[in-house]
Design a protein around this ligand. Structure first.
Ligand SMILES: [Zn+2]
Length: 178
């Protein structure tokens, strides 16, 4: 399908208007992969207006994800963060070093960022949760939960870490769980 054909599919503007406040109703921000097969709202039973959704390749907790979460929390009153990875993720199919080498070869320069690939979705979620819990830019009372979404069964399995049940956020010098 061409770009013009894609654009011609836009619905009547009146049909997509929602009269909602900018502050997410459920005080939730979701960080997940950009994978086209994930219906983030459907997976979590959310409605438009309930949550911020921050997506990138892999659902990696990058500086830009922290940027969005800091704004989400401090300017738009969210308190909960759900991190979701998934089975069959494209980020499982190559390595950082491979991709950086490919880009450097084709463009003559390496990227300034890391691709953020990972071999195991649950381990990836644990690492991301640790990053979120130790970020100085997120509120100390942030509740973080992590999950792996199974694309074939629809199951959403929680990823537990020792810090997940702790009453207080992990100290910044806590060892990583991966
Ligand atoms: Zn993915």
């Amino acid at each position: 399908m061409s770009m013009e054909e894609l654009l011609s599919r836009r619905p009547n503007p009146a049909g997509v208007v929602r009269n909602l406040a900018a502050t997410p109703l459920e005080r939730l921000a979701v960080v997940t992969c950009m994978d086209a097969r994930i219906d983030t709202f459907g997976v979590l039973g959310l409605r438009i207006g309930d949550a911020h959704v921050i997506r990138n390749a892999g659902g990696v907790v990058t500086d830009d994800v922290i940027r969005s979460l800091a704004i989400s929390q401090r300017k738009l009153a969210t308190r909960y963060v759900i991190l979701i990875a998934h089975t069959g993720c494209g980020m499982l199919s190559f390595t950082d070093d491979e991709f950086v080498a490919e880009l450097a070869h084709e463009t003559g320069q390496p990227p300034t960022w890391r691709p953020g690939t990972f071999p195991d979705p649950a381990q990836h979620v644990r690492h991301g949760m640790q990053q979120l819990r130790t970020s100085p830019f997120l509120r100390a009372d942030t509740e973080v939960r992590g999950f792996v979404f199974d694309l074939t069964t629809g199951a959403v399995d929680e990823v537990h870490t020792p810090a997940a049940t702790a009453a207080t956020p992990a100290p910044r010098d806590a060892p990583a769980n991966d």
